[in-house]
Ligand binder design. Sequence first.
Ligand code: CA
Length: 227
Amino acid sequence: MSRILIVEDEEKIARFVELELAHEGYDAEKAADGRTGLEMAESGRFDLVILDIMLPGLSGIEVLRRLRKNDSPAVADTPVILLTARDSVTDKVSGLDMGANDYVTKPFQIEELLARIRVILRQRRPAEPEESSDELQCCGVVLNPQSREVTYNGSPIELTNREFILLKTLMENRNVAMSREKLLCEAWGYDYFGETNIIDVYVRYIRHKTADDVIKTIRGVGYMISD
Ligand code: CA
């Protein structure tokens, strides 16, 4: 049973999410402020944390920042879904920069939150045995889908989970121009309700870790990796 921590000071929302999670078969616990939430998350008992940004004490962003710096990699890598205010693009971008796995904008439909939880927990499972172990190679990048090792011109590069999946999707579709919508859907399994510019952010991160011409911009379409 997956254990999920809800860090949210609005008792009504926290209680509602807790009940829905329990109904879906998750083991849910709550924290009502940032400091308690961080302590509980640092215990390493949770498979996923739902983290509100606006919290008394430590903000959600600060909780996330400290969690990601935890000495134990298992704790530092705990998946986090942020709850953000509707129009705060700054919160979304700084949250993703800080290593949030996803975010949900308030007010949210519980189905949307549950869908995102399922996607993240599914991605965390070990690779399915039928998944190809063949390395993908293009433009100096070698990507091993199973070991998740990536090199560029022979040197290892560190990618976040999200960057890895995006790069893998582009390499699997080599020589195919991929729209941002298609990348969102194929790479992460859902859409951001029109916020396809998130893809631009991650393409920029990958280019920064490799080279500008590894992922080509296809004007009016999106992106492509090609020989
Ligand atoms: Ca709040």
